[in-house]
Structure formats: C-alpha cells, structure tokens
Design a protein. Structure first.
Ligand SMILES: *Cc1c(COP(=O)(O)O)cnc(C)c1O
Length: 376
C-alpha cells in the first residue's frame, strides 16, 4: 500500500516529463471544479455535493501530482480525505469556530499575529498550491469572501517588527509563502534579515508536499542566502513521502536548511499507530525532523476528520521509547481563544515530592528517582 517511488503519471500520461516537472504547469492544471474530478475518480454523493459547494467556501484545488497519489480504488484513501471536499464541511457543531486559534484578536496589523512575547506569525498570502479540507485559516484563505478579502500588509508588518525589538523570531506563513516568486521571497527575507533583532526566520509551507516541483535549485539558492533559515513542512501520511518529496527535501537539507514537519491528527488518515510510525520514520529518512502533531482545531465543518485527544495521547504513548527520540514530535493543542500551543503528554510522573519522583517508563514499569537532600 505504501509507495516510495516516483508517482505514476496515470491520467496525465501524455504530458511531457518536462511539463510534469514544471511547477507552473502543475499549478495551471490544478483540479478546482467538480467537472475536473468527474471522469478521473468515482465520487461519493457527499464528495460530489462537497465539490460543488467548495466554490462558495474554502476552494478546492489539487495539483495533478498530488491527485495522482490518491488510490482511486479506495473510497477512504487518506490522500483523498485531505483534499476532496465533502458536504459535511457545511455542518457546524456548536463548539466549532471560524477563527479557532483566536488569531484575529492578536493581530496588530492585518496578516501579523503577535501572540507570544518573542515571535510573530507573518501571513503573506491567502493562496495555497492545494487546499487542506481541515484548514485552520479557512476563514481567510483561497480568496473566499467569507471574512472579507484578505489583504496582507507586508510593509506595515515589517514596520511593526522593526518597532518591536523583543521580536527575535519571524514565522512566515499564509496561505503558502512558497507560491511567491523567487525574487519576491528574496526581497522579503532580505528585508527581515536587515532587522538586527530578528535572529531566526522560518517559513511554514506545504508546497514541498503538494508541489515538490517548486523546490527548484533557484529557489533553494535564494533561501540559503538568508541563513539561519528554517523550514516547516506539513505531511500527514506516509503515501505523501514520495521520491519527489524526498528529492526536494534533500535539496533543501543539502543547502543547510533544517526542516521540521507538522502533522495534523486526522481520523482515517493518520490516527492509527502503525501509519503514524511509518510516516515519522519516512520523515527521518528524508532528513526531516518531526516537530508537531496538532490536535485538529475546532474549525467549522471538520467533525468528520477529528479524533479524540485520548486517541492522540495513546498514539504518543506508542511512540515515546518505542522508536527513535528524533521521530517523536510534540503533541499539542492550539488552544481555542488564543492560548497558543499547549503540549499534551501521556503521564509519566506518578508521584512528585521533595524527596523523590516516581516514574513510569514506556513499558509501564515503575522507577524511582531519589532527589536526596534538598538544598536550602
Ligand atoms: C505556531 C505559532 C508560532 C510559532 O510557535 P512555535 O512553537 O515557536 O513553533 C508563533 N506565533 C503563532 C501565532 C503561532 O500560531
């Protein structure tokens, strides 16, 4: 079931290798309408209605490359679940929100979120190569007009960062910043680098996974100019770990760019331990360090993709100690209302007193660490 070789061209077998490897060709040929799916894949009634309605809400867009990873014979294919809309997206449970992480309330400038004391999130675009159906920013991405049109104010955001010397870390995201041209990215990174107190710059992007063709040698040359530069990618299932992605990550890693991965815990995608373990191992093989596993945000219309926190904790328990420490990410909930990322850990401390700590190891065995004489 799991693939690790070049994706087959399938439906597009008449396309030249050159076009297929061209990221602009991939963008131009994205599947964005119900009629693009019809004839290529058999849709359920829920998906058909979902694809129709996606034009009025969070848009549908799937690159041919990513669409080709779908197992067409599996109606519950984990790739399919991430990018093909279902009518359930229109349902809203009472606890579900449009802005689940409370970003708008922490936004001093449109497109800038200043939640933590020493770092900011800079949203530079509302467009992505493809749209994840559980998008935490579905209120503003893809040009849908629900929350008004999103117009990032990059100049104003840079002024704000300049005026706040406590900001030492800028996370550029969106939308997907790597949709910008090389020249535009170069300029933005250069302007950030000119700010003395900004020590650390990173981009959050799913493009290495949705559109690995974008990671051209030219782009990598631009990014490496601005070291220390880090990248967070977003991979959810081992089927996404293709030869193309491995090549793209290899190019980035060769340029000295440390790569982390963020995974969203999704029902029917990666909520089973063997699947998650396989994903994490494949990331390590691509020189990508698993960084976060997110509990799915309580975003409107995602109930069909959510798992329980109990299931997430159990998953973490099945990882720690059972596999390489480097393969074990932090499991977090981005707290509704703007509390930030809060770690959710299995309980390993059974008892903690001034004298000792009683610990449970990964096998469930109990150990005691004596603190000795407390220093007073
Ligand atoms: C996730 C996030 C960051 C970065 O958090 P790290 O834990 O440092 O990766 C910064 N600002 C906002 C608003 C975020 O959501």
């Amino acid at each position: 079931m799991l693939r690790f070789e070049h994706a087959p061209k399938g439906e597009w077998q008449d396309v030249s290798q050159e076009d297929w490897q061209d990221w602009r060709w991939q963008l131009k040929h994205r599947l964005t309408r119900l009629t693009d799916l019809e004839g290529r894949i058999e849709l359920s009634e829920d998906e058909r209605k979902g694809a129709l309605l996606a034009q009025t809400r969070l848009a549908m867009a799937i690159t041919p490359y990513f669409f080709n990873l779908i197992d067409k014979n599996d109606p519950e294919c984990p790739i399919r679940r991430q990018v093909i809309p279902r009518i359930q997206e229109l349902e809203r449970a009472p606890h579900e929100l449009d802005d689940p992480c409370g970003e708008d309330a922490h936004s001093p400038v449109p497109g800038l979120v200043h939640r933590y004391p020493d770092r900011v999130l800079l949203l530079v675009t509302d467009r992505c190569a493809a749209y994840c159906r559980y998008c935490t920013r579905s209120r503003m991405v893809s040009g849908n007009d629900e929350g008004g049109v999103f117009r990032p104010q990059v100049d104003q955001a840079l002024d704000y960062i300049r005026a706040h010397p406590e900001i030492r870390d800028v996370l550029i995201s969106g939308g997907d910043p790597l949709l910008w041209t090389d020249a535009k990215l170069d300029r933005l990174l250069g302007r950030l680098r000119e700010i003395e107190h900004v020590q650390f710059v990173r981009i959050g992007s799913r493009i290495p996974v949705f559109l690995p063709q974008r990671i051209t040698p030219g782009l990598v040359d631009v990014l490496r100019k601005h070291h220390p530069f880090w990248l967070s990618i977003h991979m959810n299932h081992p089927m996404e770990a293709t030869a193309e992605v491995k090549e793209a990550c290899g190019r980035l890693a060769d340029a000295g760019i440390p790569i982390g991965n963020q995974t969203v815990l999704l029902r029917g995608v990666n909520d089973q331990l063997p699947v998650m373990r396989e994903l994490l191992h494949r990331l390590l093989a691509m020189r990508v360090r698993p960084y976060y596993i997110y509990q799915c945000d309580p975003i409107r219309g995602t109930a069909h993709l959510k798992t329980t926190v109990q299931a997430g904790i159990e998953l973490m328990q099945g990882l720690r100690g059972h596999t390489s420490g480097y393969a074990v990410p932090n499991y977090v909930i981005d707290a509704p209302g703007g509390g930030g990322k809060i770690p959710i850990n299995p309980q390993y401390v059974e008892e903690l007193t001034e004298e000792r700590v009683v610990l449970r190891n990964y096998e469930g065995r109990i150990f005691t660490y004596e603190q000795g004489q407390a220093v007073t």
